[in-house]
Design a protein around this ligand. Sequence first.
Ligand code: K1U
Ligand code: ZN
Length: 180
Amino acid sequence: MALLTILRYPDPRLHRRAKAVQAVDERVRQLAADMAETMYDAPGIGLAATQVDVHEQVIVVDVSESRDQLMVFVNPRIVASSHELRPHEEGCLSVPGFYDDVTRPAQIEVEALDLDGKVFRLQAEGLLAVCVQHEMDHLQGKVFVQHLSRLKQARIRSRMLKLEKERRQEDTATASERSA
Ligand code: K1U
Ligand code: ZN
């Protein structure tokens, strides 16, 4: 297993649309295992392949408190969603430190393939529904901040770019200290 690097907003690769998985084989099972390890390590309650720069339709989710209820969805699609909408605070491992309310359908039904390539359906509500929709947005190249106002998006973007610049400067300083 391996820890994967999570892309950070506003990396343009986060806006690529993921392609459908053609065959659920050992490569896809290994990807899901690595994604799960990366999600638990972060820690997070979900992760989409897009976030680790793999542009295929795979998401992993675990909203349990015990952190032992891993769900893997290959080629997920929403087959039903409620008219009822509900706001929920969201965060994102690609936008660390930023949280805001997003309004989405309160209940959904998802169809996907499992790691044996078998079709399954799941009805979800609450945090599970929020997380699955958030991860499916990633597969469409959409980051949760795109649900917010233009002003909030611009603020988050510039703060993320500033943090990235500071991180690079720290890395350069550490590297030159080491080589001195
Ligand atoms: O997609 C991601 O970046 C993961 C994201 C999922 C998510 C969180 C909240 C609402 C919708 C979707 C996260 O996991 S952010 C981290 C987080 O919320 C969390 C981490 C550890 C324990 C509990 C929550
Ligand atoms: Zn996210």
